[in-house]
Design a protein around this ligand. Structure first.
Ligand SMILES: C[S@@+](CC[C@H](N)C(=O)[O-])C[C@H]1O[C@@H](n2cnc3c(N)ncnc32)[C@H](O)[C@@H]1O
Length: 241
């Protein structure tokens, strides 16, 4: 009997932010493939005899090649396993979901995607601010701060990114934010636009830095640090201390 693969959103790290469906699948899984951003606490819910496979996909560190991960998912399912592929935040956002879906489809493996809490939503919740505001932030955009070479993507839509009426959530962008900020300010975004750096959200080392676009860029130019971080900027509501 062929098994099944569930591509499960792990949320930002705190097991309390898993969906009920994600928890049910994790508890039933024969094998779980996870990456470093999926906090270990979530794996405590796995069966004692489940195979836990670290495929570490965190930027800047050695990780399994995407093709190897796809092949593992297919092989495990062909062997009859119920497989969970845990993906940080929401699986559909900057998570290489498409490659895994295509591999499973091509191999004829039954699969499903389980949505979850993105670090963008979790960052706003941690700072107790909304992502949209009725009159001042009518649009939210999710962008990546690095391309396949780890550099700031060339094809930036600066008109959209410097829109003073949009909230922007920047993923994987701590290292490139100084350059992005320089280009945003040159495109007309006021340097004093509010910005939030949310690091290790919902994990033990969670840290929120409330700042402005210009001041945060200056801070990150001195060293972005290792912790996973998400940056929100735009007409952010007043943040709670
Ligand atoms: C490969 S992307 C995955 C995004 C994920 N699918 C999501 O919806 O949050 C990894 C980036 O997500 C952000 N991220 C994920 N988990 C985080 C956390 N617990 N705290 C802060 N940022 C996080 C960081 O910007 C990190 O570089």
């Amino acid at each position: 009997m062929t098994g099944h693969v569930a591509l499960v959103s792990a949320g930002p790290g705190d097991p309390d932010l898993l969906t009920v469906k994600a928890l049910r699948l994790i508890r039933a899984a024969d094998a779980i493939l996870y990456d470093d951003l999926s906090a270990r606490a979530i794996l405590d819910h796995a069966r004692a005899d489940a195979r836990l496979i670290d495929v570490g996909k965190r930027a800047g560190r050695p990780s399994c090649k995407q093709g190897v991960i796809c092949a593992m998912l297919v092989d495990l399912a062909l062997g009859g396993a119920r497989v969970v592929r845990l993906k940080s935040g929401d699986a559909a956002i900057f998570g290489r979901l498409e490659e895994e879906l295509l591999a499973l489809r091509a191999a004829g493996i039954a699969h499903e995607v389980v949505p979850g809490v993105s670090s963008a939503s979790a960052a706003a919740a941690a700072a107790r601010i909304p992502l949209t505001r009725r009159l001042t932030a009518r649009r939210v955009q999710f962008i990546t701060g690095h391309d396949v070479n780890g550099k700031l993507p060339e094809s930036l839509n600066l008109g959209a990114l410097a829109d003073p009426e949009a909230t922007t959530a920047l993923f994987m962008g701590k290292r490139t934010f100084p350059e992005l900020a320089r280009r945003l300010i040159a495109a007309g975004l006021p340097p004093e636009t509010p910005a939030l750096l949310a690091e290790s959200i919902s994990q033990p080392g969670q840290r929120l830095t409330r700042s402005t676009v210009a001041a945060l860029a200056a801070m990150l130019a001195d060293g972005p640090g290792e912790a996973p971080g998400l940056i929100l900027y735009g007409p952010l509501a007043e943040m709670q201390p």
